[in-house]
Design a protein around this ligand. Structure first.
Ligand code: ADP
Ligand code: MG
Length: 690
């Protein structure tokens, strides 16, 4: 975007030139006044009247010029209040002289101010009425010259311009010998030197202050200012000179009046034509340069914007990577503990299965075998739970994911279980003991994103663990508070100083050196903000820390709640089961058969499709990852043939369980490993008529 200049910007150089011109002119006027007074005192006629046949300048007029010239000098000083006040007083004196003299014209007898000085030498010389009027205007203009108000300045300068025009009229009158131009009625005429002095004085007053009024444009840097400076002097001077030349030629008898007028008109047109063309050419050139500069500026601006966009994209990418890194770092920290938990689960599975394989006589002891199988089942479920926690933790947030009702108590328990390897196992390795206590009230669901809130909890628990190098207690509690749920994570660890507490939410702020990234709490803050919640931290060095998080409650859809609490019921179904993994397939088929369903098996997607076309099935259950045709593709093909066919997809790698909308063709999704309960619940979901 290019900035548009809406105000006239004064050119500093021109402003200072104008000021200097004003001072020089006022000095000339003071000098002129003094010379006239000297002329009166020594009776030197040239000083008084320029030429003998002309009228002399009255001594009071000369004094008024000295006073007004000094007033201009004082008022043009830069913000000096004493000088300004003095200048203002002199301006008032000038105005009073003019006013008094005009007043005397109305009263034909009595005291006359212009007769005081050189009384015996005056011989009837008085101050002309047009001269007195000009002093009145100049005085008024000088009094108002210091007001910054634009309207007052226009008015003040209008008065000076009037004086200039009156003096110009007098000068033209002298030049072209037209007495009525400088002489009012039967009164004494304005002297030639007075007319010259008024012209100079009015220019001096106009150039004294150029910030406001008409003169502003003359010192501006715009094309208008340039044109005004160039044309205005020419407009005044050229017609005067041409007019004088025309008259001189006519008086000398070179041509008739008609010829003279035509010559005047033609020469004025030609000269102004040349002047305007010349000025326009210069303005044009400047304009072209300005446009080029504008284009260059626009180009630069566009490039800059592009760079900003690129940098923003890079920064976003870097931020994304950092967040990802932080998540992975935490995951890495947990890996040891998870491996430990997982190994614990695998040990009974391996042990008992090996035992049963190597010592088949155990198989005959049904009670012993049932006990072994129960242990294996429990261990496998534990392992599955660890994997599911791991998957939940590492799952990145989906774009545009809505805020769903979240059971915060469940998340707290999950987070405690997930972080157990760190707070229990690792703490013990370092010789300390950390206790985690939970105080979970009956609370309504909050509107949120499960995986993000899980991340909040794990980060806060990790920080609490870090704050307990010598062991201690971490307390997690939830309370219902109006339309909010309050979650508190309290530790009795090292705490924070006031300075750390104030800065701890800043990205990259850490007191843990190489061990910390300083991103945990900033992520927590960002997530809580997105959930329209608030976070409050209370801490004291040596006295532990309390993180209080408040999240708004989400109203749960009554209808859905009712549906969810329905007890599961099944009726015998004819199921097409598609899975390439023989072992997993056998277990599921066994589950299904036990529930009274009949099952037909397909070992890959293509076989599944063929079997579906050949038979009639109430339900299709398919694995996702299979060679040839994946589960979702098979679902799409089946839906083309039978759009109402219920289809369940299960997978161990793809996690669609948190998606609001499943991919096309799929009615329900279930995570591996499949358990009987999970399978039953999913079947109920897609077979509402059961
Ligand atoms: P990191 O854990 O990588 O240092 P965080 O953003 O999670 O980064 O935390 C920033 C800082 O806040 C920590 O370095 C620590 O000084 C302080 N902090 C956070 N939680 C606690 C706590 N429970 N007790 C004491 N200090 C804490
Ligand atoms: Mg941290």
């Amino acid at each position: 975007m290019i900035l548009v200049m809406t105000t006239l910007s004064p050119n500093r150089h021109l402003v200072s030139c104008a000021k200097s011109a004003s001072r020089i002119l006022s000095l000339c006027i003071i000098l002129l006044g003094i010379l006239v007074l000297v002329g009166w005192s020594i009776n030197y006629e040239t000083l008084k009247r320029i030429s003998l046949e002309l009228v002399a300048m009255n001594p009071l007029t000369a004094i008024a010029f000295v006073i007004s010239g000094t007033s201009v000098l004082l008022l043009s000083c830069e913000s000096n209040s004493i000088f300004h006040r003095l200048g203002w007083v002199l301006a008032s004196v000038t105005m009073t002289i003019g006013l008094l003299r005009l007043f005397e014209y109305m009263i034909p007898f009595g005291f006359r101010v212009d007769q005081i000085l050189f009384r015996e030498k005056l011989a009837g010389n008085v101050m002309a009425p047009n001269t007195a009027f000009c002093f009145l205007l100049i005085g008024l203009s000088l009094i108002s010259a210091l007001y910054r108000n634009d309207k007052i300045q226009y008015l003040s300068q209008s008065l000076v311009i009037s004086v200039f025009l009156i003096s110009l009229l007098a000068l033209v009158g002298y030049g072209y010998r037209i007495q009525t131009f400088y002489k009012v009625s039967l009164y004494i005429p304005m002297a030639l030197n007075t007319a010259i002095a008024f012209s100079l004085l009015s220019i001096s007053v106009l150039t004294m202050r150029t910030e406001n009024g008409f003169t502003k444009i003359f010192v501006s840097d715009t094309a208008g200012g340039f044109m005004a400076r160039r044309l205005l002097p020419a407009i005044i001077i050229i017609p005067l000179i041409l007019g004088e030349l025309r008259l001189m030629g006519e008086f000398a008898g070179f041509y008739t009046t008609e010829f003279g007028v035509s010559l005047f008109a033609i020469s004025t047109i030609v000269i102004f034509f040349i002047l305007v063309w010349w000025t326009a050419r210069i303005i044009n050139r400047t304009d072209v340069k300005r446009r080029q500069a504008e284009e260059a500026l626009k180009k630069m601006f566009d490039e800059l914007e592009l760079r900003v966009q690129e940098r923003t994209a890079e920064l976003k990418q870097a931020q994304h990577q950092l967040v990802q890194q932080e998540r992975l770092r935490a995951l890495g920290e947990m890996a040891g503990g998870i491996a430990h938990d997982f190994n614990n689960s695998l040990s009974p599975i391996l042990g008992y299965t090996e035992l049963m394989l190597t010592a088949p006589d155990i198989l005959s002891d049904t009670v012993q075998m049932m006990n072994n199988l129960k242990t294996i089942n429990t261990a496998a479920k534990d392992a599955a739970k660890t994997v599911s926690l791991l998957r939940k933790f590492s799952r990145p947030r989906e774009k545009n994911e809505d805020l769903n009702p979240v059971d915060l108590n469940k998340l707290v328990l999950e987070a405690v279980a997930f972080t157990q390897p760190k707070w229990k196992t690792q703490a013990r390795i370092h010789g300390s003991e950390i206790n985690i206590q939970t105080d979970l009230e009956q609370i309504p669901a909050v509107g949120g994103n499960e995986s993000e809130l899980r991340e909040v909890l794990t980060n806060l628990i990790f920080n609490a663990i870090d704050a307990l190098p010598k062991g201690g207690t971490i307390q997690l509690s939830t309370h219902s508070l109006d339309e909010h749920v309050l979650l508190e994570i309290i530790d009795n660890g090292i705490g924070m100083t006031e300075d750390i507490r104030r800065r701890c939410l800043e990205p990259f702020f850490t007191t843990k050196g190489e061990q910390g990234t300083g991103l945990g709490l900033s992520m927590v803050y960002g997530i809580i903000q997105r959930h329209n919640g608030t976070i409050n931290i209370q801490s004291e060095a040596g006295n532990g820390t309390t993180f209080s998080i408040s999240l708004p409650v989400q109203k749960i859809d009554q209808e859905n709640t009712a549906k969810n609490t329905k007890p599961p019921q099944t009726r015998p179904l004819h199921v097409l089961f598609v899975d390439d993994d023989a072992l997993a397939r056998n277990v599921i088929v066994e589950y299904l058969k036990r529930d009274g369903h009949t099952v037909e098996i397909a070992t890959n997607g293509i076989e599944g499709l063929n079997k579906f076309c050949a038979g009639e099935f109430s339900l299709v259950i398919t694995d996702q990852a299979m060679p040839g045709m994946t589960g979702d593709k098979l679902a799409l093909e089946i839906k083309k043939i039978a759009p109402q066919q219920p289809i369940i997809l299960f997978s161990g790698t793809l996690d669609l369980s948190n998606l609001n909308k499943l991919p096309e063709g799929i009615d329900a999704f279930v995570n591996k490993p499949l358990t009987l309960d999970k399978l039953r619940q999913t079947i109920i979901k897609v077979m509402p008529a059961c």
